[in-house]
Design a protein around this ligand. Structure first.
Ligand code: E4P
Length: 217
């Protein structure tokens, strides 16, 4: 499963890249607003830092303007993925980009029926929002499982990009559910490595090693 950072904060991305685990980045209009930066500038900087797919979202709601915005975003760098909302206009725009060979991420997916439409529109990625479903009392991980079955049964190549993941358990469950990629913030990214028994075991190894008086170097 590919691991993407969900942020428009270039400093955060720069900090996480040396882990060698950042396979891509997703942004959305709220994250761009939070960065306080110009979208074209920030997306260009992110694309220079990370070779993998970088999602940049069109913000208009009508098909024609969405296509114009997507064309502009895609021209920023070859690894830009045009992010489009799961609406009829967004799906129409998705088909236009798919036919031009431009990668897309159909976002704000909350049902298997919507995921079916994204795949039929030729989406490269579909983003089911796990955390926001759970916020509304629904089963977000269950949706990932349903979409996996749906895409496998029908042979769709659209990749499932588990989104709105809020904690380590979400990331692990998204992987078990067969998601192709997962996106989440830097705090969750950093926490993936943690386990109290790793810390406890390491403390014991360090203490026992000190007693030997040896050095490997
Ligand atoms: C994904 O593409 C979205 O940017 C993101 O995962 C939304 O997460 P949130 O529900 O925590 O805002």
């Amino acid at each position: 499963m590919k691991l993407f950072l969900d942020t428009a904060d270039v400093a955060v991305i720069r900090d996480m890249v040396p882990t060698g685990m950042v396979d891509g980045v997703t942004t959305n209009p709220s994250l761009i607003a939070k960065s306080g930066r110009n979208i074209a500038e920030v997306i260009a900087e992110i694309c220079a830092l990370v070779e993998g797919p970088i999602s940049a979202e069109a913000v208009s709601l009508d098909f024609e303007t969405m296509v114009k915005e997507g064309d502009k975003l895609a021209a920023i760098a070859p690894n830009v993925v045009v992010k489009l909302p799961l609406t009829w206009d967004g799906l129409r725009a998705c088909r236009v980009f798919a036919d031009k060979g431009i990668k897309t991420n159909v976002t704000l997916c909350f049902s298997a029926a919507q995921a079916l439409l994204a795949a039929k529109a030729g989406a490269t990625f579909v983003s089911p929002f796990v955390g926001r479903l759970e916020d509304n009392g629904a089963d977000g991980i269950g949706l990932l499982e349903e979409i996996r079955v749906l895409y496998d049964v029908h042979g769709f190549d659209t990749q499932i990009l588990a989104a709105s993941l809020r904690n380590v358990n979400h990331v692990a469950a998204a992987a078990v559910a067969g998601s192709d990629a997962a996106t989440f913030g830097a705090d969750t990214f950093k926490a993936l490595v943690n386990h109290p028994l790793t810390d406890k075991g390491l403390d014991a190894f360090v203490a026992d090693w000190a007693k030997t008086g040896q050095s490997i170097l």
